[in-house]
Design a protein around this ligand. Sequence first.
Ligand code: F6R
Length: 370
Amino acid sequence: DKGEFKHYMLKEIYEQPDAVARTLEMAIDNHAPNALRTDFLERHGEQLSGVRYVQVIACGTSYHAGMVAKYWFESITRLPCSVEVASEFRYRNPVVVDNSLVICISQSGETADTLSALRDIKKQNPAGLVSLALCNVPTSSLVRETDIFLPTLAGPEIGVASTKAFTTQLVALMLLMLKTGHVQGRIDDEALSNHISELQKLPGQLYASLHLDAPIKAMAEHFEDKKSCLFLGRGLQFPIALEGALKLKEISYIHAEGYAAGELKHGPLALVDKDMPIVVLAPKDSMLDKLKANMQEVHARHGELFVFASETSGIEAEDRLHLVNVNDVCETLSPIIYSVPVQLLSYHVAVLRGTDVDQPRNLAKSVTVE
Ligand code: F6R
């Protein structure tokens, strides 16, 4: 039931504060906010303590969640982490090193390529293999075939374009990273407690980000007749740029590409002219100055910038620079918050163009064939 909403996708975007709060409750007890709940992945502490390498396998939006997890695992726990789309991983005879944690991310748990990649790894049988399903459907094949089930508690996702499944995947990956880092002594009690207190702010911050709906709807009008679009981000926002581009092409049928902003001058800058909208994700983070330089490169070529920026970023609206301010959030969790404006932008552009938002042409919710 869509209730008051015109589409399932919009309803699911609005469900994110609750979905994230539920997913957090698996691991965080509001009455004991300085540590992870003892029952979170309780039976798997020993398995996780032996992990020396993290391999993420997924497709589409779930792959983008995995990309964020790589930044988190490596920068916070110093455990090496690779991420690959399942359809490539399974056909290239990859090396799976001993003591790997293989994280298969899938909303449905039935994605054929992800399942096959997992089966191939199990066949290789590397020493100390720990397989984990990060999945929204507890009864799925993926959950049955892995050692550990880490649920996303998004609730059923009906819209083909994934929204609340994505943000809850990010939250669950953060929790898994914290648990693994903590059992291995790579994250101390104080750091853990700091991460947890930031996580607890997420539902409220997501709720606040939904207030951007009206300004983003106004922004969407500039995209209605566009042919092509770029999404730029750096660091933790690079995967969100990819996700924003995927959402836009999927539901509005406008060609879009996500780029790491530092790659601009290695090719895509040639595309930039006055007809090219460029969406930029600009939280106040360690990459902001470099990102501003990239924005300048685009602006100088008469590209039209659509910027989601932290209120304290120092970025101001000007000619050919449209701005929507996002509340300040901690850098580590910024990809979760910045997912919302790119979802809303894609949604409103698609509605303006009159496409079938919940059932885009040629796509299925669950891709059970190769
Ligand atoms: C995009 C989208 C797809 C899925 C992909 C993987 O909005 O929904 O890209 O993310 O097909 O699906 P799951 O997560 O079910 O394995």
